[in-house]
Write a protein that binds this ligand. Structure first.
Ligand SMILES: *[C@@H]1O[C@H](CO)[C@@H](O)[C@H](O)[C@H]1NC(C)=O
Ligand SMILES: *[C@@H]1O[C@H](CO)[C@@H](O)[C@H](O)[C@H]1NC(C)=O
Ligand SMILES: *[C@@H]1O[C@H](CO)[C@@H](O)[C@H](O)[C@H]1NC(C)=O
Ligand SMILES: *[C@@H]1O[C@H](CO)[C@@H](O)[C@H](O)[C@H]1NC(C)=O
Length: 806
């Protein structure tokens, strides 16, 4: 009797100790867990017990992270049947059934996992977050088969073709309510399987079909060291799963508002950040462009018809309603023989009505498609190793988008339609060659003319130094409005101080309102002495012809005696520095906006460098010269005028350097040599500022004396680049985009101009998924003289330190 008592005491002490200190990961039949107690997986990664989500008082049985991110819920048992008090108990029945009950022993949830052979049956929480019921021999039940809103590594999301049961994600109703919400994310097994996101019965978005490398239209990271995705299709089951291949912790969730980000735990900031996210842009709205339409985020409007097709309803199409899509210009004539037109770089169309075969070759695939009159297109099932297998469509092609990847598709066309196209396709290279010859010829001719003109000019006005040919073009001065000084004075309340919105490098800038209500920015040029009127007109006319989404638009000019005034469109959101370097205002700039600004700036500079008719080097790219429109789109200002009004003669190697401290490249600062690569350098600096929210020129760090570039370089080499990111971006950032932007920026600020990429590569690198080259150390300066020097007038103020050694 006494012995038994001691044994009992010992037993209780054991349970007590186990639950509180070296917590258990297993309970066996007839044991229970009360509200307040928990199971902890062997490695301590996960914990299971009762909890209340968010602001709710309800109690739920669930599993959460314990070691990291304490309390992040990954699975809930009684999602629909909360317990309203602390009476919750979890029990394993003798038959191997997990039962959760609340007050009055009312069962609120059951795993329904009873088995006849119940010897040694236990319930165990594994270190993967999986809750299993097993006996000595086999697995009886696992929570991984009943996913909620979280897709953990090792889970299989998909369909069991034998039992017909399907495993898919369902969102929570709200952060406070884990019951099944509006959104679900499942694999659709009609045709070739693909994943859909639904809102109730409405199909919102589609993850493209698996192409061997990844999901068509979803970023495929070739050199991914973090996770491995696997997609399995066989007679028994269809599913996808992933495993983590490093110590990085990630999870995929379907948020209560319908997004499916991949989240990554960042220990330093003790928070989850979005690693990447699919289905977020315009073209991800399911079938935005209708049948045979193609969506492109880089175009405006985003929808266009496939080659050989035209809008079904042109009026609707014009009115930006694209859902009715496109129809063939020429009807198919199956018997007469059809051909296929290749579209490269797409996210494949909806495959719900498709046929696939893994062993057919692409030739067999073409033959099969040709033979069946309802086949509309075909492609390889697996794009690895040059392509294998066959996927063909038996319906209108829906939800196709342009996508920068290796995926092609062949579209069925009538033979007559194809004659023209084949011709143009095969002649494309030839045409390119001819085009280049024509361009080169015209370049030579215009150079010749320019030189001839310049000679004449120089003879006439000997004090004028060399000028680039862009100023020598005499353009008709017609695309600009002329404003009278009276109009401008009226618009700006006679250049009143209250209208002054800034002081540019070339004089004050005023805000004004024209008679017709248009808002304008008025730039009054201060230095005009060396400017002939003709040159000024020429210059302005050239700038007027520069038109790009990411350049501020010049509306007109005004010349009155000594007054030279330029009139631009007004930008309501001021400039980038106004937001970036201000503690509260910077909160308004989230990561998607900043990434959009980075890309827009890159495209604007690219336009100046090579896409515009004139090659223009801006020379003063900085946060203050990036203006923001009402939608926070970036617009570069102050382009083109720089070298005409101030320090024009820097080419002739003067010591006078235009530009802004913190942004100028070493070869420019020291030798006065500038090139498009100096702009690339400034762009790189600006990108680092946008990500860190810190000014390069005022940057300081407690551990070292490097400037922002040096600091970014240190972090990059230590694999800690993400730490450069401003804390305010924590909630909205996409880590892969941030890291890529930092990498590109470091390539831009490399010491040697020749190592820096062109703006074209920068634009491409920012949007592609390809691997980037290793940057060389950046050029960076340590300022010797302190003080508020905005414009650098002499190289003596700088000392170039040795580039940071690895
Ligand atoms: C609940 O079940 C326990 C045994 O599992 C029993 O002792 C208790 O009386 C029951 N309570 C009610 C209210 O039924
Ligand atoms: C167990 O069975 C009940 C009744 O059939 C059902 O309502 C419940 O959803 C099932 N539980 C699970 C986890 O499948
Ligand atoms: C796939 O194609 C091969 C070759 O044409 C054929 O032998 C095979 O039966 C096809 N498989 C299926 C499942 O249709
Ligand atoms: C085309 O293929 C589909 C699917 O395999 C089939 O149902 C249909 O009968 C075929 N049509 C013809 C004309 O062969």
């Amino acid at each position: 009797m006494e012995y038994q008592g001691i044994q009992m005491l010992f037993f209780f002490a054991l349970i007590f100790l186990s639950l509180d200190c070296t917590a258990l990961d297993t309970i066996s039949a007839n044991q229970e867990i009360k509200d307040g107690e928990s199971l902890v997986s062997e490695g301590g990664m996960f914990e299971m017990g009762f909890f209340s989500p968010g602001k709710s008082k309800n109690r739920y049985m669930g599993i959460w992270y314990k070691k990291i991110s304490y309390g992040t819920i990954v699975w809930v048992a009684n999602r629909e049947t909360p317990i309203t008090d602390r009476s919750g108990i979890l029990k394993l029945s003798r038959q191997g059934n997990i039962v959760v009950s609340g007050s009055q022993n009312r069962t609120v949830w059951s795993s329904n996992s009873s088995v006849s052979n119940n010897r040694g049956v236990v319930v165990q929480l594994l270190d993967t977050g999986n809750l299993v019921v097993r006996n000595k021999k086999s697995l009886i039940w696992q929570s991984f088969n009943y996913p909620g809103d979280t897709f953990l590594p090792g889970m299989k999301i998909g369909k069991d073709l034998v039992t017909g049961s399907q495993r898919f994600l369902t969102s929570w109703k709200s952060p406070d309510d884990p019951s099944i919400g509006e959104y679900s994310n499942k694999i659709d097994t009609n045709g070739y399987p693909q994943t859909f996101t639904w809102r109730g019965e409405v199909l919102l978005a589609r993850l493209g079909p698996w192409n061997g490398l990844g999901f068509s239209g979803f970023p495929v990271e070739k050199e991914n060291r973090i996770y491995n995705i696997e997609f399995v299709v066989n007679e028994k089951e269809i599913y996808h799963t992933y495993e983590l291949t490093s110590s990085v912790v990630q999870r995929v969730i379907l948020t209560w508002d319908g997004r499916t980000p991949i989240l990554q735990w960042v220990e330093r900031i003790k928070d989850w950040v979005v690693y990447t996210e699919s289905l977020t842009d315009t073209c991800d709205h399911f079938s935005l462009c209708g049948p045979y339409g193609i969506c492109s985020v880089n175009k405006h409007p985003p929808c266009s018809c496939m080659q050989g097709f035209e809008p079904r309803n042109p009026e609707e199409w014009e009115a930006s309603d694209w859902v009715s899509g496109c129809i063939r210009k020429k009807r198919l004539n199956c018997e007469g023989g059809d051909w296929f037109w290749k579209i490269a770089g797409v996210k494949l169309p909806d495959t719900r009505r498709s046929y696939y075969n893994t062993s057919m070759t692409i030739r067999e695939c073409e033959t099969a498609c040709k033979r069946n009159c309802s086949c509309t297109g075909y492609t390889s099932l697996d794009i690895r190793n040059g392509g294998s297998g066959c996927l063909l469509w038996l319906d209108e092609l829906m939800d196709t988008r342009e996508y920068d990847g290796d995926q092609d598709i062949y579209i069925r066309m009538d033979v007559s339609e194809l004659e023209g196209l084949v011709h143009s396709q095969s002649d494309f290279n030839e045409m390119k060659r001819i085009l280049i010859v024509v361009l080169l010829t015209s370049l030579v001719v215009s150079l010749f003319l320019a030189v001839a003109y310049a000679r004449r000019k120089i003879k006439k006005r000997p004090h004028m130094k060399r000028k680039e040919n862009r100023f020598m073009h005499m353009e008709p001065f017609d695309d600009l409005s002329f404003f009278s000084l009276f109009e401008i004075a009226k618009a700006t309340s006679n250049f009143s101080v209250s209208n002054k919105i800034g002081e540019g490098g070339f004089g004050p800038v005023y805000k004004g309102v024209l008679e017709d209500g248009r808002e304008i920015a008025v730039k009054r040029l201060s230095e005009t002495s060396q400017q002939g009127l003709d040159e000024f007109k020429n210059e302005v006319s050239c700038i007027a012809k520069l038109q790009h989404r990411n350049l501020v638009k010049l509306l007109g000019y005004c010349i009155h005696q000594d007054e030279l005034i330029l009139i631009y469109e007004y930008m309501p959101n001021n400039s980038l520095d106004y937001f970036l370097f201000d503690e509260t205002r910077s909160l308004k700039l989230d990561w998607p906006q900043r990434f959009n600004i980075i890309q827009g700036m890159a495209r604007g500079i690219l336009y100046l460098h090579q896409d515009s008719r004139l090659q223009i080097i801006h020379r003063d790219i900085k946060a203050g010269n990036i203006l923001l429109d009402s939608d926070m789109n970036p617009k570069i200002s102050d382009f083109g005028l720089a070298r005409n009004f101030v320090g024009y003669d820097t080419i002739a190697k003067t010591k006078k350097v235009v530009g802004t401290h913190g942004y100028i490249s070493p070869e420019y600062a020291v030798y006065g040599r500038f090139s498009i690569k100096s702009d690339v350098f400034s762009f790189g600096v600006l990108v680092l500022e946008i990500i860190s929210g810190k000014k390069n020129r005022e940057f300081s760090h407690e551990d070292h004396n490097d400037n922002l570039l040096g600091h970014a370089w240190r972090l990059y080499n230590e694999g800690r680049s993400i730490e450069l990111m401003s804390g305010s971006l924590k909630a909205t950032c996409v880590v892969s985009e941030v890291l890529r932007s930092i990498h590109v920026a470091l390539l831009c600020v490399q010491h040697h101009a020749k190592d820096r990429p062109s703006m074209l590569s920068v634009v491409l690198m920012l949007v592609s998924e390809g691997e980037l080259s290793q940057p060389q150390p950046p050029a960076f300066f340590t300022e010797v003289i302190d003080g508020e020097v905005q414009h650098v007038s002499s190289v003596d103020k700088y000392m170039i330190t040795q580039p940071y050694a690895r």
